[in-house]
Design a protein around this ligand. Structure first.
Ligand SMILES: Nc1nc2c(ncn2[C@@H]2O[C@H](COP(=O)(O)OP(=O)(O)OP(=O)(O)O)[C@@H](O)[C@H]2O)c(=O)[nH]1
Ligand SMILES: [Mg+2]
Length: 471
């Protein structure tokens, strides 16, 4: 997909809803003069042509022979007061997809081109309606999986991250202009050597702290947007499927007293403390009785290797057996771990004692495990807390501090930190300020790229082509 394609000003149209079953569908139209281009197929043509912006008009869309296609409600927008900043229409038509597809066909006949992925938001960016952090937030908001991820994306859409970046940039500019002034006007070679320190050093240090806070927010923000894979593992009959169903609040996985009930893994999305979690129930580990079981166990192992966290369930009615220890050892894990997540290789494991209603876990600091009952629900609230702590100490934090969720933003924040740290180190060692100044400039530029004041066609292309059509 070429960057030039995104840059043209042709009138565009797209279905903004998914065209599935539903009462209404929404078609978006944007581009200079688009209401006039649309008018020939509309029953109230003159009213539309005379209409200003922010107006609703009811009417019919007709095919090229004049036969009615659908009864619609038009929202008319006039540049610059629209999402894209261009003249635009939102067409609310009947749902189910059929009417919308016929209308889109009619729009093509009138000269509208199908919008590319993210093209409406791209145009909003080009017309100064949204900076890049807000554009990214639009996509995050649409794909939010939990209330918490929605809240965080909405914070960014409202400009929380943009404002933070702007303030940090102002601090950096203070240090940069101070340094450049000194370089331009000082006749004192001592100043040029940096012996008198970096002008605006306090501002630069404050900027560094705030940049580091942003960088640190990335892990939790990403977790909130993308979610975590949690695998429930253990011996047959440990209660894995029971726990899976309990966390799902529905009887999805088959539970029986027959060991080896679950033969292949199944998964579902749940919210744990606001974090979207892809939860997987797996086949119990034992010496396989047949090929199906063998494959099920292999798949469980593969899944564990990819997981963000594995909950290893011990059947409390039988206690921690040699095969549990063997399995945990095979993951490179100690026999048990005081209930805490331990990192062995890449995969953290939380050892959980199930069936606490039948038997208590052994006591003593070495033996301490989280005790739960997948039958009565006892201990599950504590387990959820431990899961959140294991995934990220701050993931459940609902405070409204600005954070970054896109990899693009993280790379740029890292670049700003690296350049700024180097500039400060130069000044500390009395290095020449004319070497520190370009480093400061680079950290300012990196922040400019985050909001999109500095951007290239490649960056924009890569970003907007990940959006959905109609956005
Ligand atoms: N008393 C008690 N019974 C439980 C508990 N959790 C599960 N069970 C019982 O243990 C048996 C096995 O439960 P499942 O959830 O099917 O166990 P599983 O680990 O999925 O077993 P496989 O799929 O065979 O590997 C069932 O009879 C459950 O009712 C618990 O916390 N307390
Ligand atoms: Mg099972």
């Amino acid at each position: 997909m070429s960057a030039a394609y995104y840059g043209d000003e042709a009138p565009i149209a797209a279905l903004a809803t998914d065209g599935a079953q539903g009462a209404l569908d929404l078609i978006r139209v944007s581009g200079k003069g688009s209401p006039e281009l649309f008018a020939p197929c509309f029953s109230r043509r003159e009213k539309l042509q005379r209409s200003g912006g922010n107006v609703l008009i009811h009417g019919w869309i007709r095919d090229s022979g004049g036969a009615p296609l659908d009864e619609v409600m038009l929202s008319v927008f006039r540049s610059p007061r629209s999402y894209t900043g261009e003249d635009a229409l939102d067409i609310s038509c009947h749902g189910g997809g059929r009417a919308a597809r016929s209308i889109l066909k009619r729009l093509r006949e009138l000269g509208f081109r199908d919008a590319l992925r993210g093209e409406f938001t791209f145009r909003a960016f080009m017309h100064g309606k949204l900076d890049l952090t807000r554009c990214e937030a639009v996509m995050e908001l649409v794909s939010s999986k939990t209330e918490l991820s929605l809240k965080k994306a909405a914070g960014r859409l409202s400009g929380l991250l943009y404002a933070e970046i702007k303030e940090i940039k102002e601090l950096l500019l203070e240090a940069l202009t101070g340094t450049e002034l000194l370089l331009d006007y000082s006749e004192d070679d001592g100043a040029l050597s940096g012996a008198s320190g970096l002008p605006g050093r306090e501002a630069a240090e404050a900027a560094l702290l705030r940049l580091e806070a942003l960088a640190a927010s990335y892990a939790r923000e990403r977790l909130c947007q993308e979610g975590a894979l949690i695998v429930i593992a253990g011996r047959p009959n440990a209660g894995k499927s029971s726990l899976f169903n309990y966390l799902l609040r529905e009887d999805r996985s088959i539970v029986t007293e027959i060991p080896g009930t679950t033969r292949d893994w199944i998964e579902a999305w749940v919210s744990i403390g606001g974090i979207p979690v892809r939860l997987a129930d797996t086949a119990g580990f034992r010496n396989p009785r047949d090929q199906v079981e063998q494959q099920g166990i292999e798949r469980s192992r593969e899944l564990i290797a990819r997981s963000d966290l594995t909950l290893y369930l011990v059947d409390g009615s039988e206690g921690m057996g040699e095969s549990d220890r063997d399995f945990l050892r095979s993951l490179g894990c100690m026999a048990h771990n005081g209930g805490k997540a331990v990192s062995q290789g890449e995969v953290p494991v939380l050892v959980v004692w199930n069936k606490i209603d039948k038997a208590k876990p052994p006591s003593g600091p070495q033996e301490e495990m989280i005790g739960i009952s997948a039958k009565t629900g006892e201990g599950i609230a504590e387990l959820e807390k431990a899961v959140i702590a294991a995934l990220s100490s701050e993931a459940g934090n609902e405070d409204a501090a600005p954070g970054i969720a896109a990899e693009r933003q993280k790379l740029l924040v890292d670049r700003a930190i690296a350049s700024l740290t180097e500039a400060l180190a130069f000044a500390d060692t009395g290095g020449p300020l004319d070497l520190a100044a370009p480093l400061l400039r680079d950290s300012v530029d990196a922040l400019g790229e985050i909001s999109g004041e500095v951007s290239t066609a490649d960056i924009l292309d890569a970003m907007f082509s990940r959006f959905c059509v109609g956005k």
